[in-house]
Design a protein. Structure first.
Length: 313
């Protein structure tokens, strides 16, 4: 329980730091946000992925649990996409809303939650592999194609370049490098590994501070135009995704005990700040991700505690 509370407290303090900075020095905060966003996207986040994945046995977690995490996320995203199609929302709103509904904050909160609730980081690594090797490239390709279609150049060659650029984005490359290191079983020399580790460890606080600044600048749930999308995406993230996780992992795949709890707990995690960073970097609407990240950060703790209580009775 202490580890769960610690993970959520870290997020709250760092987001508050960003919000206080934006309130105290709004112009400075805007400059910081504009400079730090590409820094996180191109440098610190890929290094974080390298050190996280390299420190695990990808052979173990890539069996049942990674495909299961992928199926849970895809089904949840499809639930929001169905709403978006029925409500005749714009392609950009559907794409970013689906990602906000299904892309969890495994890299920060997931590790302490998995460790203290399940006693192993395997569930969180499985989610990371599913998200960073499949989900992130998938959504980035979709974002890129939408942005390309809305621009002047929509030729086949332009779309091909967009897909390749999205597939080989910095985050995915970081996961691939980390996977190779894990499979080889030996990290690079210390004079290389230590700087990579230091850069990677800077990613999470930077992401959270950037998001805190964004929250102060544009308060959550203020956009009436996207209020319905924000509410539906929050419902998908906080309630639908854990329920899908329980149905797939329990009755369908027959998991029980700590294995089942680990899968459900990972699905109950809040939306990752990466969704905001990815959307911002690709010119997608960001009001829905901000709303869902904010709301799910508060709802995740009671949902996680409820899941732990129900599955350990």
């Amino acid at each position: 329980m202490e580890g769960i509370l610690l993970g959520f407290a870290v997020v709250a303090v760092l987001m508050t730091t960003g919000a206080v900075t934006a309130a105290w020095r709004p112009r400075r905060a805007e400059v910081i946000q504009q400079g730090a966003t590409p820094l996180v996207y191109y440098i610190t986040n890929p290094c974080l992925m390298i050190i996280l994945v390299a420190d695990t046995d990808v052979r173990v977690v890539a069996g049942l649990f990674a495909p299961l995490a992928l199926a849970i996320a895809l089904l949840t995203g499809l639930c929001f996409a169905l709403f978006g199609l029925l409500a005749r929302r714009a392609k950009r709103d559907i794409a970013v809303g689906a990602m906000a509904s299904s892309y969890v904050n495994a890299g920060n909160i997931g590790a302490p939650v998995a460790l203290y609730m399940v006693g192993s980081t395997a569930p969180v690594v499985a989610v990371l592999l599913a998200q960073l090797l499949v989900l992130a490239p998938l959504y980035l390709v979709i974002f890129g194609l939408i942005a390309s279609a809305d621009g002047d150049d929509v030729s086949g060659s332009s779309r091909g370049r967009t897909i390749l650029r999205s597939l080989f984005n910095p985050v995915t490359l970081g996961v691939l490098v980390g996977s190779v290191i894990s499979l080889v079983g030996e990290v690079p020399p210390a004079f290389l590994w230590q700087p990579i580790t230091m850069i990677g460890e800077a990613s999470i606080p930077l992401m959270l501070i950037i998001f805190g600044m964004a929250l102060w600048k544009e308060k959550p749930f203020r956009s009436r135009e996207h209020l319905a999308e924000s509410l539906v995406s929050t419902l998908c993230k906080a309630a639908v995704m854990p329920l899908i996780a329980w149905v797939l992992a329990g009755p369908i795949f027959g998991l029980s005990g700590t294995d089942l709890l680990g899968v459900v707990a990972m699905a109950a995690l809040p939306t990752a700040q990466n969704v905001y960073i990815f959307g911002l970097q690709h010119g997608m609407p960001t009001s829905v991700p901000k709303d869902v990240i904010f709301a799910s950060s508060f709802l995740a703790l009671p949902v996680t505690l409820l899941a732990a209580w129900l599955l350990t009775m």
